[in-house]
Design a protein around this ligand. Structure first.
Ligand code: 5GP
Ligand code: ZN
Length: 115
């Protein structure tokens, strides 16, 4: 838990969010500014700033996030049509919230390369 972290506040219920799914370790909620029909953020319930801070002790959170993302892709009906996972890191990566999160985007044809 980090006092100034927006996503830690969502985990604690201090800031409301449209929760999609959760387990003891992982939380998924709708992005406040959706970029596709499905735009869900999947986060670890412990504060990890970014992919830079993954290590042997916490790397398991990524597989837990991946498992939840696949489950939500199925429940959202985008598993077969396709979807994109995005994790932004640091300034050049476009990270604006410094709590590790995976974007699950789908429900429309996504373009490549990203801007
Ligand atoms: P990033 O740019 O760090 O990869 O993604 C941060 C995401 O968090 C953005 O897509 C942004 O719309 C979303 N976001 C920012 N503030 C809030 C909030 O208060 N609630 C929710 N649900 N999403 C937020
Ligand atoms: Zn946090």
């Amino acid at each position: 838990m980090s006092d100034n972290c927006l996503f830690c506040k969502i985990i604690n219920g201090d800031i409301p969010a449209d929760i999609v799914e959760q387990t003891a370790t992982t939380l998924a909620f709708c992005d406040i500014n959706p970029q596709a029909k499905t735009h869900v953020l999947i986060i670890p319930k412990v504060h990890i700033e970014s992919t830079r801070d993954l290590n042997d002790e916490n790397i398991h959170c990524l597989s837990e996030m991946a498992e939840m993302a696949n489950k939500i892709a199925k429940s959202e009906g985008i598993s077969e049509s396709g979807y994109r996972w995005v994790i932004n890191t640091g300034d050049d990566g476009g990270q604006t919230v410094h709590h590790l999160h995976l974007h699950l985007l789908g429900g429309r044809q996504l373009q490549w390369p990203p801007g």
